[in-house]
Design a protein around this ligand. Structure first.
Ligand code: PLP
Length: 472
C-alpha cells in the first residue's frame, strides 16, 4: 500500500514556522524533486526557486548523483565517528579547506549541525574566551530585526520581539542596536553621516551595557531580516575599531552570506570586516547536509592551547564524516563550476533586471548585493509610508505568498520588519531566471498594488462603520 502523502502530512508532520491550521482545508505543498534552479511538486507543477531552499542551495538541485557518490563512499569507509577527542580525515580536510577560503587568520574550525548551533556555540566560545583571560563577560549585542536562529541563546540574540516573547525568560542579557536600513533615513543625510550615526548608537549601547561585561557583537555582513540591509561605507571598519577599543569579540554571522552569496566566499572578505568569529552553515554544503561551522581566529584559539584548557562544548554530530564529505564535495563543485565567479559576473545584470520593478508604485526600495536582494513594499512611495499590521497580513500572507506560489515562483514575503519580498536564488541562476522571476513578480505585484488600494480604502471605510470587520 502506498502512503497517502497529503493525509499523512496533515496527520503527522509538524512543519516549522507554519500555521498548520492553514492546511486543514488546503493542500500541503509537497516538493518532490529538484533540478537546477527549479522544483517540482506532487502535482507535477514546476517552480522557480528564487529562495534557494532557505538561502542555502548554492549549487542548485542537480548535483545529487555526484554528492551522493561522495556520501556513499564515506558511508562505506566510516559512516560515523565523533569529533569529541578524535579526528577523522573528512573533518580535517574540510577544516583545512574552510580555513583556506576564510579571510585573514580565521584558521580554526569547530563543526556544528546548523546555523542556530553555530550562533549558540559562538556566544559560548566568546564567553569562555574572556573567562580564559580572567574576565567575566557574558552579554551579546546584535541589531534590531536581525534573525540569528531559534535555540535559546541564538533566539535571545535575535532582534525580533515577535518570535521571542512567548519563550521568555530568555538567556540574559542581549542588547539591540540600529541596523543599516537607510531607506527610512532623512534624504539629506550623507552616507558618512549615516555611518557615524550608526557607530555612535553602537558605542552608546556598549557603554550603557557596561563595556567590561560585553562578550560579543554579532552582525551579518548583509542583514537578511528586514530586507537585505547592506552596510554603508566605513561601517564595519568602525564596528571593528569599537570592538577593539572595548575588548569585545566581533562575530560575523555568515550563515546566509558565507559560501558565495555576495560574490565572495565570505561577506567578511567583501566588506573587510576582520571578525574574530564567523558563524556559517547553509551554503557550506549547499544544504545537501546539515552541517555548520564556527570559524575562529588564531587570537581566539590561543587561550585554548593551554595544557589544561579546552573549549567546554561539543555536539555528537558536529563534524559528522558523511556531512563533511558532502560539504567537501560541495566546495569542490563550487570551485570547478566557478559558482562564486558566476555571482560576481552576473550580479550587476541581476540587479538591473530586478530594478525594473522599481517602476511599480508598491515597490519602494530594491536593496542587496550579489545574489541576495529584497524589495520593500510601500503604501505610498512619495512618503515611504508602509502598511499597517493588518494590511501587511492581508498583503503578504493573504495575497502575495499564495499568488507567487500559484504563478510558480518561490520567494519569501516577509514581515519581520517592514514588508519585503526576499529574492535569493541558487548561485547558478542566470539571465533566463532573472527575467522569469522579474516577470512573475511584476505581474503579481501589479495586482497586489491594485488590490491594496481597494482593500486599504475599503478597510478604512469599514472601520468607521464597524470596527474590527475585515474585507475577505
Ligand atoms: C543569519 C542567520 N543566522 C542563523 C540562522 C539559523 O540557522 P539554522 O536555521 O540553520 O539554525 C539563520 C537562518 O536562517 C540565519 O539566517
Amino acid at each position: 500500500m502506498t502512503l497517502d502523502l497529503q493525509q499523512a502530512a496533515r496527520d503527522h508532520l509538524w512543519m516549522h514556522f507554519t500555521r498548520m491550521a492553514a492546511y486543514e482545508d488546503a493542500e500541503v505543498p509537497i516538493i518532490m524533486r529538484g533540478d537546477g534552479c527549479y522544483l517540482e511538486d506532487a502535482n507535477g507543477k514546476r517552480y522557480l526557486d528564487a529562495l534557494a531552499g532557505l538561502f542555502a542551495v548554492q549549487i542548485g538541485y542537480s548535483y545529487g548523483d555526484e554528492v551522493g557518490r561522495a556520501a556513499h563512499a564515506q558511508l562505506k569507509e566510516l559512516p560515523f565517528y565523533t569529533n569529541w577527542s578524535y579526528a577523522h580525515p573528512r573533518a580535517i580536510e574540510l577544516a583545512h579547506e574552510v580555513a583556506q577560503l576564510a579571510p585573514g587568520d580565521l584558521n580554526r574550525v569547530f563543526f556544528v549541525s546548523g546555523g542556530s548551533e553555530a550562533v549558540e556555540s559562538a556566544w559560548k566560545l566568546a564567553r569562555q574566551y574572556h573567562a580564559a583571560h580572567g574576565e567575566r563577560r557574558w552579554k551579546a549585542i546584535a541589531r534590531r530585526t536581525a534573525y540569528h536562529g531559534t535555540t535559546m541563546g541564538a533566539l535571545s540574540i535575535n532582534g525580533i520581539a515577535a518570535i521571542k516573547n512567548v519563550f521568555e525568560p530568555l538567556v540574559p542579557e542581549t542588547f539591540h542596536v540600529r541596523n543599516t536600513n537607510r531607506y527610512h533615513r532623512p534624504d539629506e543625510e550623507t552616507e558618512d553621516e549615516f555611518t557615524a550615526f550608526l557607530l555612535d548608537d553602537l558605542e552608546e549601547a556598549i557603554i550603557a551595557a557596561g563595556p567590561s561585561t560585553v562578550a560579543m557583537v554579532i552582525m551579518e555582513p548583509v542583514q537578511n531580516a528586514g530586507g537585505a540591509f547592506t552596510p554603508p561605507a566605513g561601517y564595519f571598519q568602525g564596528v571593528r575599531a569599537i570592538c577593539d577599543e572595548y575588548g569585545i569579540l566581533l562575530c560575523a554571522d555568515e550563515v546566509i552570506t558565507g559560501f558565495g552569496r555576495l560574490g565572495e566566499w565570505f561577506g567578511s572578505t567583501k566588506y573587510d570586516i576582520r571578525p574574530d568569529l564567523v558563524t556559517s552553515a547553509k551554503g557550506l554544503s549547499s544544504a545537501y547536509a546539515s552541517i555548520g561551522a564556527v570559524i575562529a581566529t588564531d587570537k581566539v584559539f590561543e587561550p585554548f592551547m593551554g595544557q589544561q584548557s579546552m573549549y567546554t562544548h561539543g555536539i555528537t554530530f558536529g563534524g559528522h564524516p558523511v556531512q563533511c564529505a558532502i560539504a567537501l564535495k560541495n566546495i569542490e563543485i563550487m570551485k570547478r563550476e566557478q559558482i562564486v565567479e558566476n555571482v560576481r559576473d552576473n550580479g550587476t545584470a541581476f540587479r538591473d533586471t530586478l530594478a525594473q520593478l522599481l517602476d511599480l508604485d508598491i515597490v519602494g526600495d530594491l536593496r542587496g548585493t550579489g545574489y541576495f536582494y529584497a524589495l520593500e513594499l510601500v503604501k505610498d512611495k512619495e512618503t515611504k509610508a508602509g502598511f499597517s499590521d493588518e494590511d501587511s497580513e492581508t498583503l503578504l500572507r493573504g495575497f502575495l505568498s499564495p499568488a507567487l506560489f500559484e504563478r510558480g515562483l518561490i520567494c519569501r514575503a516577509d514581515d519581520r520588519g517592514d514588508p519585503v519580498v526576499q529574492i535569493s536564488p541558487p548561485l547558478i541562476a542566470a539571465q533566463a531566471q532573472f527575467d522569469e522571476m522579474t516577470g512573475i513578480l511584476g505581474d503579481v505585484l501589479t495586482e497586489a498594488q491594485e488590490r491594496m488600494h481597494v482593500t486599504t480604502r475599503a478597510l478604512a471605510g469599514e472601520a468607521t462603520r464597524e470596527p474590527g470587520t475585515r474585507i475577505p
